[in-house]
Design a protein around this ligand. Structure first.
Ligand SMILES: [Zn+2]
Length: 428
């Protein structure tokens, strides 16, 4: 893969040229879409001010799944970045620029956050220092998309009004992939990486929660620090002088939602990306989950009429037929606390095994995740977390580590429960 970069005015373009060994169709699920993308950088940021290692790191994220035997960066890379990239076994990177010194944050550096405006990344902002610079990846809307920018844009503007530094960068990078989406999950931090020198950044935080990092809600617990994702991206970000800073990795969606209910910036987050500001669509999977979780956390009774409406959401029906269901831990938590008799909710409760589970630990912070927060901000972030939610004790940490859905997924009884739920949903 050969990467070229062009800059004109505030537009920075990445252009990818496929070589023979590259893989334009790496799997049945997705393929390479467009062969170039753009970033609209804040006025006055010149291409020359971006560190070549940062251009390389962004290039890697943009085309990682499609690279065959090698990737050639437009401005070379430092020897240090090249050596760190040895962690990639699949292909080689280059060329090395022997005169290039790798980026190290200056004395007066600041942390960055890849902000989406949703509950998890705004919860991350709530526990980070005030000088944090948040970068919002602004997608251009193309025809046929259900995505509505209104809520996310308003969230960014409102956060700006109360003193947060939010930088919005328009980019169409998701069109490099078909179907449209991030080529790799950390690609949402591309704007922050490109502006790391400009804003003197020392790290990049994400709204990555326990479910994604530690596998909670998926088949079984995995120890993220030892996982390939961390070995690869953790190493590359560190070599680029802007290490990953996973401040909410020790929290589940239950905990971040609880923080958003209690914290003053909570009202400035919105998870639904289809509705308008303060008016979620109430017709998507996120709305299904979030509205049930919100009522549960607030101790509000969930009435049958509201449940009737929620179970009619087509996207929710589709997800609820899954076995396992996406974010099943959150549904189990909700169902554990549900005391009504609504038919579908009762079938769901039985299906997720909520009468036998004990998921109170989802409300608490996993203190072992402190190692995923960069040393400079550990004390600050930890003290903020402690003001907001409890810390897991040893028995809760054990419960978390014993998260394993294998037994349930291999159990005939639960397969029958799943079939019964599916049948009732499809008869609606
Ligand atoms: Zn929605």
């Amino acid at each position: 893969m050969i990467v070229d970069i062009k800059s004109r005015g505030d537009l920075l373009r990445f252009i990818f040229t496929i070589e023979e060994e590259d893989k334009a169709v790496p799997s049945e699920k997705f393929r390479m879409g467009e062969s170039e993308c753009y970033f609209r950088l804040p006025m006055g940021v010149a291409l020359e001010s971006i560190h070549p290692d940062h251009i390389a790191l962004v290039s890697l994220m943009l085309c990682f799944p499609f690279i065959g035997e090698r990737i050639t960066f437009p401005r070379g890379i430092s020897k240090d970045f090249h050596d760190a990239a040895g962690v990639i076994s699949r292909f080689s990177v280059g060329p090395i620029n022997e005169n290039l010194v790798s980026y190290r944050a200056p004395e007066s550096s600041k942390p960055a956050l890849a902000l989406s405006g949703g509950v998890d990344s705004v919860a991350a902002l709530a526990i980070m220092p005030k000088e944090t610079v948040s970068f919002f990846l602004d997608r251009p809307i193309k025809r046929g998309s259900l995505y509505d920018k209104d809520a996310a844009h308003t969230s960014c503007k409102e956060l700006g009004k109360i003193g947060h530094n939010v930088v919005m960068v328009e980019t169409d990078l998701e069109y490099l992939r078909k179907p449209v989406g991030f080529p790799v999950d950390v690609a949402n931090s591309s704007p922050a990486i490109l502006l790391a020198v400009e804003f003197s950044l020392d790290s990049i935080a994400f709204g990555t929660i326990m479910e994604s990092a530690y596998g909670i809600g998926h088949r079984r617990y995995r120890h993220y620090p030892a996982e390939n994702h961390n070995r690869l991206w953790g190493t590359l970000f560190k070599a680029a002088g802007i290490p990953l800073n996973l401040v909410v990795a020790g929290m589940s969606e239950v905990a971040t939602s609880k923080i958003m209910i209690e914290h003053e910036i909570g009202p400035l987050s919105q998870s639904c990306i289809r509705g308008k500001w303060k008016s979620p669509c109430l017709n998507c999977w996120k709305c299904f989950r979030k509205s049930l979780l919100d009522s549960t956390l607030r101790g509000e009774k969930i009435d049958d009429e509201g449940l009737d409406k929620l179970f009619k959401i087509e996207e929710a029906k589709h997800h609820l037929e899954g076995f396992p269901i996406k974010h099943e831990n959150v549904l189990s938590y909700i169902c554990e606390r549900y005391e009504g008799n609504h038919k579908l909710m009762s079938l769901l409760k039985r299906r997720v095994g909520a009468d036998k589970s004990d998921l109170k630990w989802l409300e608490s912070w996993n203190p072992e995740s402190i190692e995923l927060i960069i040393p400079e901000y550990r004390d600050f972030v930890e003290s903020k977390i402690m003001e907001l939610i409890p810390t897991m004790d040893d028995s809760q940490i054990n419960k978390m580590k014993n998260w394993d859905m294998g037994g349930m997924l291999g159990n005939e009884e639960f397969k029958v429960f799943s079939e019964e739920l599916r049948a009732s949903l499809s008869s609606l």
